[in-house]
Design a protein around this ligand. Structure first.
Ligand code: SF4
Ligand code: SF4
Length: 276
């Protein structure tokens, strides 16, 4: 998502889609299924609080996550779904104060997560296209997204996201194709580049959406309009690399990769504490 455009219509989404753990009831630390192999402190069933979750919904070992190498906790980002769900369900209490509603709250959180993830991409897509018809379709999808979210606490079990998801994917596909200019040399979507050393290559305009790029080395590459939508870049080397004009990156992808103070990021993303 970029804030550089004159059209600031969706500028507030940079905040809405950022995690705000102080205003959340620790939803990720309770509702998610976690495994040691994914970098969490221990195997944990969905719906069971992590042993390190404190009584104020904070993490007892937050300052030590990096030192203890809890990669799963360090990388996780809910796109602001945690605080949104906590607020949405406020009248029903929290999973702790009203255990009868816990399953509904957890299910709402999972769905808000998916909706906020789509919102994230839609807002970036809005700024990436100059096509007025596409912009207007994105406007409608963003309105619909918020309408669906508002209904979730009371009607979540009856809401089917598949039709909405299809409409979002269609718009994103159009935008990705326009950026990669539909050329086969730019299309690397869904490919596997495990540990690949890109050797300072010019990767401008390449489409790596949904690609497996674990531990790939991007140091010194040119990455203007390089599309990372849904790419798995865990442990990728982003040190001394300029990603400021790369597209469809998320905070969770950045948190899971290795960078440093010299890594340049798009304006809506932050340097993870573990890089510093
Ligand atoms: S769900 Fe999101 S806001 Fe809540 S504690 Fe987890 S990361 Fe923070
Ligand atoms: S260690 Fe902390 S951040 Fe990780 S799941 Fe437990 S409470 Fe949450």
């Amino acid at each position: 998502m970029t804030n550089k455009n004159i059209d600031n219509k969706y500028a507030d989404y940079a905040v809405k889609l950022k995690i705000d753990c102080k205003n959340c009831s620790g939803l990720c630390c309770v509702s998610l299924y976690c495994t040691k192999t994914d970098g969490f402190p221990s195997n944990k069933e969905a719906g069971t609080p992590c042993v390190y979750l404190d009584s104020d919904y904070g993490c007892n070992i937050h300052a030590k996550l990096s030192e203890k190498n809890y990669k799963g906790c360090l990388a996780y980002d809910c796109f602001g779904a945690g605080q949104r769900t906590t607020q949405l369900c406020l009248s029903k209490g929290s999973w702790k104060t009203n255990p009868k509603q816990a399953d509904m709250i957890f299910q709402t959180f999972m769905t808000v997560f998916q909706m906020h993830q789509m919102l994230w991409y839609l807002v970036e897509a809005y700024y990436l296209t100059a096509d007025k018809r596409l912009k207007s379709t994105i406007d409608e999808l963003i309105i619909e997204n918020n309408q669906i979210i508002e209904k979730l606490p009371d009607h979540g079990s009856k809401i089917d996201l598949s039709e909405y998801r299809l409409k979002v994917n269609t718009v994103l596909k159009q935008i990705c194709n326009t950026i990669s200019q539909n050329t086969s040399s730019n299309n690397h979507s869904g490919m596997t580049y495990l540990g690949k050393n890109f050797k300072k290559a010019n990767l401008d305009g390449k489409d790596f959406s949904m690609s497996l790029m674990i531990a790939a080395n991007f140091t010194g590459c040119s990455l203007k309009k390089t599309n990372f939508l849904g790419a798995d870049i865990r442990d990728a080397n982003l040190k001394d690399t300029d990603l400021s004009e790369s597209i469809f990156l998320t905070q969770m992808q950045i948190n899971s990769a290795n960078g440093n103070n010299n890594t340049k990021l798009p304006g809506s993303l932050c340097h993870p504490a573990s890089w510093i």
